[in-house]
Design a protein around this ligand. Structure first.
Ligand code: CTP
Ligand code: MG
Length: 396
């Protein structure tokens, strides 16, 4: 799932720089050693598409795109990267790769360049527009960053050895935007390179404007960054849906148990346990969402331990199993089907009781009832049926 477009109110105004004046250099020639897996991170899958394909797509419509890839990856890049991008072979360092990208540009007509890490696939259009807006306003260099929020320590061998003042410190991101000729000159003047292009620009005397960064604009660096990126994209969410159905016949008695509430009635419900038909349907819905069978499997009717059992035991078991499997209940909906007793007056109490057993707020649980228009066994008052659905949410 792709994330939603940023809220228009929070986006800077549309860039005033015409797209045919802007080049975008995307660096993707690294080997991704820190990310593990033994293969370059930019080619790995991230929720259905490669990291690099996502980074490239983020710049659609902003300018002419040049992708700098490792010479060993050139054939794969030609095969895998669709759309109007120019491919260039990179160098041994990030700065060398940027230089190769800049050198490949046919400067005619171009005035500005955005330089972006191919390993930042989640950059938003708002962040890109922020940089372009600063350039359009006359800044020779502009880049997104976030003020450091955490306290800063020095450490050695797993122990704190000192402290640094976080005041005035920023975490730098990309894309970093420049007047094309100015950054090309900075690279020529400083062939030794730097961690990023803003550092080179600063060394060359260019003032650099800080534009708003975004926490989601992470650079995939370590193995765990991929999990975080998937969570941001929503791809890590695992949603399960289950249904349950149950029937119990009326028999002698003066009350029935429905969804954990004792309801006075001219008959009882016949069953091995307390015959709480609504709770049984819901319990089966949760087992169903987990694909782990049904009540009969976990609490065999042949086992005398469950004779006359209170059904909350079953529901609590299903809920605990869901938690063990890494799921939480999203919502549940129970429908009781009977002519009598009237469920409406008890629905709120049933909702509260189910919610308490499941350990969720009552607003996530629905209990409602319907008749079957006097048709069939429920219509003839021979028993009560119940259906239930439950969603379980995991992984996120
Ligand atoms: N990059 C590049 N050429 C290099 C080194 C890095 O184009 N010689 C690119 C990477 O592909 C990445 C970006 O620069 O998109 C940021 O670099 P980094 O996160 O350090 O990526 P890698 O160098 O690939 O990873 P590592 O340092 O863990 O090996
Ligand atoms: Mg690197």
């Amino acid at each position: 799932m792709d994330r939603p477009a940023p809220c228009p109110e929070t986006e800077p105004a549309a860039p005033a720089l015409p797209r045919d004046r802007v080049a975008v250099v995307i660096t993707a020639a690294g080997r991704g050693l820190r990310a593990g897996e033994g293969r370059p991170k930019q080619w790995r899958d991230l929720a259905g598409r490669s990291v690099l394909a996502r980074s490239i797509d983020a710049f659609a419509g902003f300018g002419r795109i040049v992708v700098v890839v490792h010479p060993d990856d050139m054939a794969r890049a030609v095969a895998d990267l669709s759309g109007p991008v120019t491919l260039v072979a990179g160098g041994d360092t990030r700065s060398a790769s940027v230089r190769a990208g800049l050198a490949s540009l046919d400067a005619s007509g171009l005035t500005h360049v955005l330089i972006h890490d191919g390993a930042r696939p989640l950059v938003s259009r708002g962040v890109i527009k922020g940089v372009l807006a600063a350039l359009a306003a006359g800044a020779p260099a502009a880049a997104p960053a976030l003020p450091v929020a955490d306290a800063l320590w020095r450490g050695d061998g797993g122990r704190v050895t000192g402290f640094a003042d976080r005041g005035g410190l920023y975490r730098a991101q990309t894309p970093q935007g420049f007047v094309l000729e100015a950054i090309a000159a900075a690279h020529r003047a400083h062939p030794e390179g730097a961690a990023d292009d803003v550092e080179l620009a600063h060394r060359a005397g260019l003032p650099v404007t800080i534009t708003p960064g975004d926490d989601d604009n992470l650079k995939l660096t370590w193995p765990a960054d991929f999990d975080r990126a998937r969570r941001i994209l929503g791809g890590g969410m695992d949603i399960r849906l289950g249904n349950g159905f149950d029937v119990h016949a009326f028999g002698p008695g003066d009350h029935v148990w429905l969804c954990g509430v004792r309801v006075p009635h001219g008959a009882g419900l016949v069953g091995h346990s307390d015959a709480d038909v609504g709770m049984h349907a819901l319990t089966d819905a949760i087992y169903g969402a987990l694909a782990m069978g049904d009540i009969g499997r976990h609490f065999p009717p042949s086992d005398p331990r469950w004779k006359g059992a209170e059904s909350h035991v079953f529901l609590a078991h299903a809920a605990a199993l869901a938690r063990e499997q890494g799921f939480r209940l999203g919502n549940a909906d129970v429908t009781l089907i009977c002519e009598h007793p009237k469920v409406g007056p008890h629905a709120a109490a049933m909702q509260a009781r189910l919610a308490a057993i499941l350990g969720v707020e009552a607003a996530r649980i629905s209990v409602k009832a319907t008749t079957s228009e006097r048709l069939g066994f429920t219509g003839r008052g021979e028993g009560i049926a119940a259906i239930a659905t439950a969603t379980l949410i995991g992984g996120a």
